[in-house]
Design a protein around this ligand. Structure first.
Ligand code: PRX
Length: 566
C-alpha cells in the first residue's frame, strides 16, 4: 500500500463499543455516563475508588490490574493487591500529615510503585503530581516550588535530582526502597510500611470539583504552568476508554507513556482502570525487541503510543518484527503529534492494523477528536469530535470559518474533563477562552464530513517526539551557561521526531564557537533541565533578530530562516 492509494481506510469488522457514531452523537448527553459510577447512587466520590476499590467490592479482586515487565523481571498485581498496597501506602502518607487538598509529588521511574503511589495519594483526596522520570534538577525545582509542594514520593536514585536546599516548602520526602541512610526529612517507606499496620479502607470522599491531579505543561512564554484537573474528569475518561480505546472485559491494554505526561496518567491509569482493564507497564528503555516482546509476552490487545515511537519501530525494519507473534493486537491508537500517512501505511502493511489517531491536550483532560474503530479513517486527519463535543475552526475574533480554511482549533466550552484551573494563575486560565470557545493554540482545517486536519501551532511551542517543550524554559537555561549571552529556541522539522529543539545563540565576548563548546552547552541543558529539552542543534549567530520596540527575540523569524534553508 502507498500513501497515494489512501483516500480513506475502511473499518475492519468488529463488535465495537461505539458502533454508530452519527446515531450516538445525535442523542448523547454526558448525564447518561454519570449513571455508570457508584457515586451516582451513593453520592460518595473518589477517582481511586472507581479505579480500584469498586472492582474489588464487585467481585473482581482476583482480576489482573497491572502486568509489569522489564528486561529482567515480570510482576503481576491483581486489583485486590493494588487496593491493599495503595491502602497501606495511604495509611503511611496520612500518618505523616498528608490530607485532602495537599499536593503529593511523585517522582519515580515507570514501575508498579508509581501507579500505587498515584492511587494512594488520590485515595486521601490529595492532588497527585507525577513528574517525568527524565527531569533533572531545575525541572523538578520549578514544578515543586511553583506550588510550594510539601510532600514528595521518590526513590534513592531520583532523589539525587531533587535540590532540597532550594525547596524550603518540602517537608517530607518518602523514599520507596530503603536508602542506606535517610537524611533529615526523608522517610524510608520500606521501614515505615513494615511498622505501620494498614487501615484497610483509606478512601476520603470528595466532591466532583475536588482537585485530582496536576501536570505542568509548557507554552511559548514563561515557565511551565500547573494544569489542575478535578475528579469529574473521570466521566469523560471512562467514556473515552470505552468508545475510543474500545476497552472490553478481556482486554490487555498498553499505554507506552510515563505518568509524568498527561497521557500516561489519564490513559495509562485512569481510563483503563475505570474500565476494569488489565494494564501493561514496560519499565525498560525503548527498543524494538523489548516493545514487540512486551506485546507478545503479555498478550497486549489494545495499544496506545505515539507517532515517533511508531516511526522508530518502522525504521528498525521488518526483520525484527517477524521474530514476534503480535496476533493478540486488535486495536492501535496514537497521540501527541501528527500521525503521518506513511506511518498508517506501515501499520497496515507490517501489523495488518489501522493506527487510530487521537487529539487532545493536557488542558482538555481527555480525548476530544478521534478516529473510532467503527469509522472511516482519512489519513492525515485526527478524526472527528467524540459525541458530546463540538469543535470549530475560528478566526482571530472567535468567529467560525468555512470548511477548508485554516484557523484556530476551538472546542465549545465546557466538557467533563476540562481543566479545573491553572495553578495560582487565573489570568492564564481565562486566556484560553474566547466567545465561549476553548482556544487550543493549534491550527486546523475542517472538511465537509467534520474531519479535523492539524496544521501546526499558532504559537512557538515545540513538539518533539510528542513531548511538549516550551522554548522559554530552554532559553532560560541556555543563558545560564557562562558562554551564552542570548538564546532563541525553535522547533525544527524532523522526519523521525516531528520536530527537534534547535537553539540559536550569541556567545559572550571572549568565547569562540567550537564543537566542544557547543557540546558542553547542550550537555549543560541536558543535565540541568531534561534530556528531551536539550537542543539537538545549536547555531551561533552574531546577533538574534528582535522586535524594534521591546527588543524581544523573534523566534518566528529564526524559524522562517531555518525553514528556508531546507
Ligand atoms: O499541538 C497539539 C499536539 O500536542 C499538543 C498537546 O500537548 P500535551 O498537552 O503535551 O498533550 C499531549 C497528548 C495529550 C496539542 O496542542 N497534539 C496532540 N495530539 C495530536 C497533536 N498534534 C497532532 N496530532 C495529534 N493527534
Amino acid at each position: 500500500m502507498t500513501t497515494k492509494e489512501l483516500d480513506f481506510i475502511k473499518p475492519f469488522e468488529g463488535d465495537f463499543n461505539l458502533h454508530n457514531y452519527d446515531k450516538v452523537r445525535g442523542n448523547f448527553s454526558w448525564e447518561e455516563v454519570r449513571q455508570e459510577f457508584s457515586w451516582y447512587e451513593t453520592g460518595q466520590v473518589n477517582m481511586a475508588y472507581e479505579c480500584i476499590d469498586r472492582h474489588v467490592s464487585e467481585g473482581y479482586g482476583d482480576k489482573i490490574a497491572l502486568h509489569y515487565i522489564n528486561e529482567e523481571e515480570e510482576q503481576i498485581f491483581t486489583f485486590k493487591e493494588i487496593k491493599d498496597k495503595s491502602d497501606h501506602l495511604a495509611t503511611v502518607l496520612k500518618k505523616y500529615g498528608v490530607k485532602k487538598g495537599d499536593i503529593v509529588f511523585i517522582f519515580l521511574p515507570k514501575n508498579p510503585e508509581i501507579y500505587i503511589a498515584m492511587i494512594a495519594a488520590i485515595k486521601l483526596g490529595a492532588i497527585a503530581g507525577p513528574l517525568f522520570e527524565a527531569f533533572m534538577e531545575d525541572a523538578v525545582k520549578d514544578r515543586i516550588s511553583d506550588c510550594e509542594g510539601r510532600f514528595l514520593i521518590t526513590d534513592s536514585e531520583l532523589v539525587k535530582r531533587v535540590p532540597k536546599q532550594q525547596l524550603p516548602s518540602l517537608e517530607k520526602v518518602f523514599i520507596t526502597e530503603g536508602p542506606e541512610k535517610c537524611e533529615e526529612n526523608e522517610i524510608s517507606l520500606v521501614e515505615v510500611l513494615a511498622e505501620t499496620p494498614s487501615e484497610n479502607n483509606s478512601i476520603e470522599w470528595v466532591d466532583l470539583e475536588a482537585r485530582l491531579n496536576i501536570h505542568y505543561t509548557s507554552g511559548s512564554t514563561g515557565k511551565p504552568k500547573g494544569i489542575v484537573h478535578a475528579h469529574r474528569a473521570m466521566i469523560q475518561q471512562y467514556q473515552t476508554g470505552k468508545w475510543v480505546l474500545d476497552l472490553k472485559e478481556d482486554d490487555v491494554y498498553w499505554c507506552t507513556a510515563h505518568p509524568g505526561w498527561v497521557t500516561g496518567t489519564v490513559y495509562g491509569i485512569f481510563a483503563p482502570w475505570l474500565n476494569r482493564a488489565t494494564i501493561v507497564v514496560n519499565g525498560g528503555r525503548f527498543n524494538a525487541d523489548s516493545w514487540y516482546s512486551t506485546i507478545e509476552k503479555t498478550g497486549v490487545t489494545v495499544w496506545y503510543s505515539a507517532p515517533t515511537a511508531f516511526r522508530m519501530l518502522k525504521a528498525e525494519g521488518n526483520e525484527v518484527l517477524k521474530k514476534y507473534n503480535l496476533r493478540s493486537l486488535r486495536h492501535i491508537l496514537s497521540v501527541g503529534e501528527p500521525l503521518n500517512p506513511e506511518v498508517i501505511v506501515w501499520g497496515m502493511d507490517a501489523l495488518g492494523k489501522r493506527i487510530h489517531d487521537t487529539w487532545w491536550m493536557t488542558e482538555t483532560g481527555a480525548q476530544l477528536i478521534v478516529n473510532l474503530p467503527s469509522e472511516i479513517i482519512k489519513p492525515g486527519s485526527m478524526g472527528r469530535p467524540i459525541p458530546g463535543i463540538e469543535v470549530a475552526v475560528l478566526d482571530d475574533d472567535g468567529n467560525s470559518l468555512p470548511n477548508g480554511e485554516v484557523g484556530h482549533l476551538g472546542i465549545k466550552a465546557s466538557w467533563p474533563s476540562i481543566m479545573r484551573e491553572v495553578w495560582k494563575n487565573e489570568e492564564k486560565y481565562h486566556s484560553y477562552f474566547l466567545n465561549g470557545w476553548y482556544i487550543s493554540g493549534d491550527l486546523a482545517i475542517l472538511d465537509k464530513d467534520g474531519y479535523v486536519f492539524f496544521q501546526g501551532r499558532s504559537d512557538d511551542m515545540i513538539n518533539s517526539s510528542g513531548e511538549r517543550i516550551g522554548p522559554f524554559e530552554v532559553e532560560s537555561k541556555l543563558i545560564e551557561h557562562e558562554a551564552v549571552a542570548e538564546a532563541g529556541v525553535i522547533g525544527k522539522p524532523d522526519t523521525l521526531r516531528g520536530e527537534i529543539v534547535k537553539a540559536f545563540i550569541v556567545l559572550k565576548k571572549g568565547y569562540r564557537p567550537s564543537a566542544d563548546l557547543l557540546e558542553n552547552i547542550r550537555v549543560f541543558v541536558k543535565q540541568h533541565l531534561a534530556a528531551h529539552a536539550a537542543p539537538r542543534e545549536i547555531e551561533v549567530l552574531d546577533e538574534l533578530p528582535k522586535t524594534k520596540i521591546s527588543g524581544k527575540i523573534l523566534r518566528r523569524e529564526l524559524k522562517a530562516r531555518e525553514l528556508q534553508k531546507q
